[in-house]
Design a protein around this ligand. Structure first.
Ligand code: ADP
Ligand code: MG
Length: 252
């Protein structure tokens, strides 16, 4: 039987105020793969992620999550909020800034969406939240409030919260960029573990060592266009363009 890609993007374009920030982006992410998205600031990385879950509405193009088109229904019309929410729930996003609910404990942060959005029973959500917190090494902080945690700990909770929705794909937008340097490693380690477990991830990052060691595919965006797309082996040792060669020199 043919299995759908986790994410399929074809012909994606997006402009803001007449300026094209994504131009004919095409990308297939297979189930279980990690794709790192690299590129300098302003190249369109966040916009691409935000189009995948329709937080931004593309001007052109088609995006499928696990074989299901997002944003546009079978009749070619814009989806209702309800239809959109159902497909968006197949994705989860992890941001630079954590966005944990400050008035909820770590455990409640992870339980909240499955109960509210997916109608999961409380006991089941509790069991799952405890498992996920253990997975990200935060089991002993289940009853702590976010303000008592370090940035690295908050981000690990945010990852557990993303996993609680059982997403087909997790979208990471510079998940370690806001962290103190000594906290970066613990978050990257959790992401590495998720990759080994078979989670599908699209990761916008400036962590070259992570991209090299963990990715199945590396994508380089420049002014809204994918100018290189290859294996990390090729990308880091023998890139096709001078632009990427220069980028890698600057990152070293
Ligand atoms: P990156 O994540 O690679 O830094 P972004 O996707 O955030 O890049 O932004 C790409 C370009 O689009 C930038 O020039 C940015 O200023 C512009 N942009 C992003 N979001 C908006 C928006 N909502 N309105 C107007 N311009 C935007
Ligand atoms: Mg960005």
């Amino acid at each position: 039987m043919h299995e759908h890609a986790a994410v399929n993007i074809s012909g994606l374009s997006k402009s803001f105020g007449g300026i094209e920030v994504l131009r004919n982006v095409n990308l297939t992410v297979h189930k279980g793969d990690v794709v790192s998205v690299l590129g300098s600031s302003g190249s369109g990385k966040s916009t691409m992620l935000r189009c995948i879950n329709w937080l931004e509405v593309p001007d052109q193009g088609r995006i499928e999550i696990a074989g299901q088109r997002i944003g546009v229904n079978d009749a070619g019309k814009a989806m209702s909020q309800r239809e959109l929410a159902a497909i968006r729930a197949k994705t989860a996003m992890v941001f630079q800034g954590f966005n944990l609910w400050p008035h909820l404990t770590v455990l409640q942060n992870v339980m909240e969406a499955p109960i509210r959005v997916k109608g999961v029973h409380r006991a089941k959500a509790l069991e799952q939240a405890n498992e996920l917190l253990a997975k990200v090494g935060m089991g002993d902080k289940a009853h702590a409030y976010p303000f008592t945690l370090s940035g690295g700990q908050k981000q690990r909770v945010a990852i557990a919260r993303a996993l609680a929705m059982n997403p087909e794909v997790i979208l990471f937008d510079e998940p370690t960029s806001a962290l103190d340097p000594e906290r970066v490693g613990e978050v990257l380690q959790v992401m590495k573990n998720l990759s080994a477990e078979g989670y599908t991830m699209i990761v916008v990052t400036h962590e070259m060592e992570f991209a090299r060691a963990v990715s199945d595919q590396v994508v380089f965006l420049e002014k809204g266009e994918i100018i290189e797309q290859s294996t990390p082996q090729k990308f880091f040792s023998n890139p096709d363009t001078d632009r990427v060669r220069k980028f890698l020199e600057l990152m070293n």
